[in-house]
Design a protein around this ligand. Sequence first.
Ligand code: FES
Length: 110
Amino acid sequence: MITERKKISFTVMENGTIRTIETFVGEYPNLMFLLKDKLFLDEFGQCGGVGRCATCVVKADDITGNSQKKDRNEPETLSKLGFDQENIRLSCQLYITADLEGAKIEILEL
Ligand code: FES
C-alpha cells in the first residue's frame, strides 16, 4: 500500500523577503536542513543539527501541536544567548510535520 505524504506550506522571511515554502511531512530531517537547502544558507546550521551552535535560530510564529514545546538541548542553548521568548527557536529542533502548516518563520541574524 502506498501512502501519500501530507503536503504543508508555511512562510519564511529572510532579509525582509517573504517566501512561501511548500514541502511534505518528513521531506527533510528538520527545518534547519530545509531552510539551508531551499534558501542556500551557507553559514546556517553549523553543528549539523545537534542543538549546540545556535546558527539556525529562527522566530517561529503560529506553529502548533508538540512542536510548540522546546526540548533536548534547545532551551539551554537559547537561554545562553539570552533568548527566553517562546517563539525563538532552533530550527534544527523543529521537525517537518503538520505542526508547521501555516507557520510564519523568520530567519534571525545574530
Ligand atoms: S544546527 Fe546547530 S543549533 Fe541548530
